[in-house]
Design a protein around this ligand. Structure first.
Ligand SMILES: Nc1ncnc2c1ncn2[C@@H]1O[C@H](COP(=O)(O)OP(=O)(O)OP(=O)(O)O)[C@@H](O)[C@H]1O
Length: 254
């Protein structure tokens, strides 16, 4: 088994007297998509926030490729390889969709964030950005301002920006929430493509059973901030804790 790309070690956060994430230890490996499930308020988003650096841990550690990143801020974690979909949206709402994707491609390639790059390298960056927009089916919106995009297209742009960033860790929080039935399969197809990359580690917070069934290699269950189950989907779905506490009630069986 490959060594973990990401690991949380006894990761804990308290809000006043409430322990929202309670000593959660879990290791994630490249080439694996882990679905994170649990009832509302279980601590899934808070755990994500601790991993991506949106909030600081009360105790415990976040390790990325064996390096302790617990004290790094969001930008430094993104630079180190943590890619979280929502935090990339609306980077530059007054620029077009294509310009936003191109800027992320440019930043990843170490060319900085200036809009005034050399014409030749600009063509190169534009070609990669256009290719990404094609993959997420946003080509026809390439020249629209990001702030004017409808919700479904914003979600596609989030995935486009992640593809442009090529992180080591892809974090998706209900990526098809609020999407139409036509739009959701595009996003799910892209996540399936990302998951096929043996170097990519994918974390997916998800309530929808059909999405979990289609994509998850592994399921982790949180309950009251504690990790209560972790294993392959068939095992976890059949376990008493999930059957009794979650099935048909908290996980949307659609
Ligand atoms: N900044 C905060 N201050 C105080 N309490 C918070 C804060 N953020 C989260 N909580 C609490 O932590 C607990 C976990 O919330 P969290 O949003 O992580 O759950 P979740 O599993 O993502 O739920 P959902 O499925 O509804 O998104 C909840 O009780 C929530 O009220």
């Amino acid at each position: 088994m490959s060594s973990p790309s990401l690991e949380t070690r006894a990761l804990t956060v308290r809000f006043g007297g409430h322990v929202a994430v309670n000593a959660v230890s879990c290791a994630f490996r490249p080439g694996e998509l882990t679905a994170i499930v649990g009832p509302n308020g279980a601590g899934k988003t808070t755990w994500f926030n601790l991993i991506s650096g949106q909030i600081a841990a009360s105790s415990g550690q976040v390790m990325l490729g064996g390096r302790d990143i617990t004290r790094l801020g969001v930008a430094a974690r993104t630079h180190a390889g943590i890619g979280r979909a929502f935090q990339l949206t609306n980077l530059f709402p007054a620029l077009t969709v294509l310009e936003n994707v191109r800027l992320v491609v440019q930043a990843r390639r170490g060319a900085g964030l200036s809009l005034l790059t050399m014409a030749a390298s600009r063509r190169d960056l534009t070609a990669e950005a256009e290719d990404i927009l094609d993959r997420v089916r946003l080509s026809s919106q390439a020249h629209q301002l990001v702030r004017a995009l409808p919700h479904g297209d914003q979600r596609k742009l989030e995935v486009a920006l992640l593809l442009a960033l090529r992180p080591r860790i892809y974090m998706f929080d209900e990526p098809t929430a609020g999407m139409s039935v036509d739009e959701a399969p595009v996003i799910l197809g892209l996540i399936a493509e990302i998951k096929a990359d043996p170097a990519a580690t994918v974390l997916l917070v998800e309530h929808k059973m059909d999405v979990i069934r289609a994509l998850a290699d592994r399921i982790v269950v949180l309950h009251n901030g504690t990790l209560v189950a972790d294993g392959n989907p068939a095992e976890v779905m059949a376990s008493d804790i999930v059957q009794e506490a979650y099935m048909g009630r908290e996980i949307e069986d659609v």
